[in-house]
Design a protein around this ligand. Structure first.
Ligand SMILES: [Zn+2]
Length: 298
C-alpha cells in the first residue's frame, strides 16, 4: 500500500480527524539519512506528524517541525507542504542506546527515543506566505515525540487532542511500518463521546501493529471514533525535497565572483550536498566558470 492520508470529521463536525500511513516516506528518509533504528523512529514520528500538519495548510504554505533536544540525536527536522510532500533529517543518524526495558531489539516501542532526544524544545514553524513565519514552541514533555506534540496542541493551540505516531523498525534496521492518527476535539463534544474516545485510546493497540496487520487509515479511525465518520479527503503523500541543481547554482552565485574564483583556483570543482535529503550536486569547471562570469555581470 503506498502512503496516503485521510482527513475526516465526525460527531456533527465537532471532531476533526487525520490518519495516515507513512511507511514509504519513513523508509526513504531513513535510507537517505543512513539512519539506524533510533533515528529512524524519531525522524519518522516527526515526519508523520509533519504530514498531518501539512495537509491542514492551504496553497503554498509549509510547516517545519523541529525537535531540539540535548540528547545524542541532535536536531530532528521535518517539513511538509499542503500537498503532502514531506522531507526531513536528523543530525546524528547513527545513535544507538540500550533498549528501554533491556529486551527485544526490533520492536521499536522498546527503543528509548526519549533518552536519545533528551530535554529541550519543540518548534512549529509555519510559513503562511506572510513576511514573518509563525513560530510556536513548547518545552519537550518526554522527548518521545508523540507526547511532545500532544503537549504542543494543548498549550499552543488550546485544542484537546489524541495522537498516535509509530514507526516499526526490523532487526535489519529496515523500516517495516509507519503511520499516525490525530483527533482534535472542538468545543461541544459530549462527555459521553469523550469517555468513549478516551477508553478506545487507552486500550488501543500500537498503530504500527495495526498497520502490519493491514489496517487502513480509515479503519484505524473507525476503531477510535463513535458514530458515523465523514471521510472528506484522501491525499497521496510522499517524500519530496525541493532542492535542485539550479537552486544550488543560485546559492553558489550568491557567494560572489571573488569567492567563486577562489573555489575554482583551489578545487576546480564544487560538490554540494542538500542537508535535507543528502542529494549530491556537482559543479564542474565549466559550471563554475559560467557562474563566475554571471557573478561579474551582476
Ligand atoms: Zn534536497
Amino acid at each position: 500500500m503506498s502512503d496516503y492520508l485521510v482527513r475526516a470529521t465526525a460527531l456533527d463536525g465537532k471532531l476533526r480527524a487525520f490518519a495516515c500511513i507513512t511507511t514509504e516516506i519513513v523508509r526513504e528518509l531513513s535510507d537517505r539519512n543512513k539512519a539506524l533504528a533510533l533515528a529512524s523512529a524519531a525522524l519518522g514520528r516527526t515526519a508523520t506528524m509533519a504530514a498531518m500538519m501539512g495537509v491542514m495548510l492551504k496553497g503554498k504554505e509549509t510547516v517545519t517541525l523541529q525537535i531540539r533536544g540535548d540528547g545524542p540525536l541532535g536536531r530532528i527536522v521535518a517539513t511538509a507542504d499542503s500537498e503532502g510532500h514531506v522531507r526531513g533529517y536528523v543530525d546524528n543518524p547513527l545513535v544507538e542506546l540500550a533498549p528501554k526495558d533491556g529486551i527485544v531489539f526490533g520492536d521499536v516501542e522498546k527503543l528509548d527515543v526519549g533518552a536519545a532526544v533528551g530535554d529541550g524544545f519543540l518548534y512549529v514553524i509555519k510559513d503562511l506566505g506572510m513576511k514573518e513565519p509563525y513560530i510556536g514552541s513548547v518545552p519537550l514533555a518526554t522527548g518521545e515525540i508523540g507526547d511532545d506534540f500532544l503537549y504542543y496542541f494543548a498549550q499552543s493551540e488550546q485544542t484537546p487532542s489524541a495522537l498516535g505516531l509509530g514507526v516499526l523498525v526490523g532487526k535489519d534496521q529496515a523500516v517495516t511500518a509507519a503511520g499516525g492518527f490525530l483527533l482534535q476535539l472542538l468545543p461541544g463534544v459530549s462527555d459521553e463521546d469523550i469517555d468513549y474516545i478516551e477508553n478506545q485510546i487507552r486500550q488501543f493497540p500500537h498503530i504500527t501493529s495495526l498497520l502490519v496487520q493491514g489496517y487502513t487509515p480509515e479503519e484505524i479511525l473507525k476503531r477510535l471514533i463513535p458514530g458515523d465518520i465523514n471521510f472528506n479527503e484522501k491525499v497521496e503523500i510522499g517524500f519530496r525535497c525541493d532542492c535542485s541543481h539550479e537552486r544550488f547554482a543560485r546559492g553558489l552565485l550568491s557567494l560572489g565572483a571573488a569567492e567563486l574564483t577562489k573555489i575554482m583556483e583551489e578545487d576546480k570543482r564544487a560538490e554540494l550536498v542538500c542537508h535535507f535529503c543528502n542529494e549530491v550536486y556537482q559543479f564542474e569547471e565549466a559550471d563554475l566558470l559560467e557562474l563566475i562570469a554571471e557573478a561579474k555581470r551582476d
